[in-house]
Design a protein around this ligand. Sequence first.
Ligand code: ADP
Ligand code: MG
Length: 265
Amino acid sequence: MTTTNESRYAPPADVMVRAVDVHKAFGPIEVLRGVSLDVKKGEVACIIGPSGSGKSTFLRCINHIESFQRGDMWVAGQEIGYTRRGNTLYEQHPRQIARARRNVGMVFQHFNLFAHKTALQNVMEGPVQVLKLSRREAAERASDLLERVGLGQRKNNYPSGLSGGQQQRVAIARALAMQPEVVLFDEPTSALDPELVGEVLDVMKDLALGGMTMIVVTHEMGFAREVGTSLHFMSDGLLVESGVPTEVLSDPQHERTRSFLSKVL
Ligand code: ADP
Ligand code: MG
């Protein structure tokens, strides 16, 4: 177990994401009550848990879309949110946060594509606007990525002309276009018709096999079992149980995990 003291030091180089005792409240409501997690390079950490338990909030804290009140977060070797000098905590400048956030890709439940841009333009947007790539370079990168997610033939479609599964694959390509060190997935298949779930999970599995570090909030226990390197059960703002996916799923140690799994499996 990591202690808050140790976290003053950068995690070892093979740890891609380190969260230590992260606390987050919205007004009086404590949503994260001390979440700690280490994810090493190339690992696929899956997070499951009931609705409202804080899963999305935790992901949002990892790339600092949400600030948090207590705890430490390291992503790809950079501290995110706060910087320490001696014993004093300083909130980071938005520019520092933006720089650290560049290492993190995010894929949302509802795709969040630009409706008035084609698949290619959606994927090009970040590299052009943020990384300042030339349009030609960005288009090449975007084409390659759309090819990789099986959408080489649909580059010029607008989101409205794509199925949900295809839109989500565009969203994955868009996240990858920024060449992130880690990709966060927030229930990426929950909004999809059942017959479209597989094509998105297949792309995610390929990505995992390619060595990408991933944190995946999901209800797809098959994916967690097959692709996950660790499985974490979140309940009430805490990771109450963590372990090897097959073990957590077949032999949960905590009553709350057992009760949750009996409802979803
Ligand atoms: P999960 O993703 O596990 O369903 P969330 O992280 O979305 O859970 O939400 C956890 C709790 O935090 C819920 O009670 C939710 O209502 C609350 N919450 C999330 N975002 C906000 C916000 N911006 N303002 C106030 N409460 C929020
Ligand atoms: Mg959520």
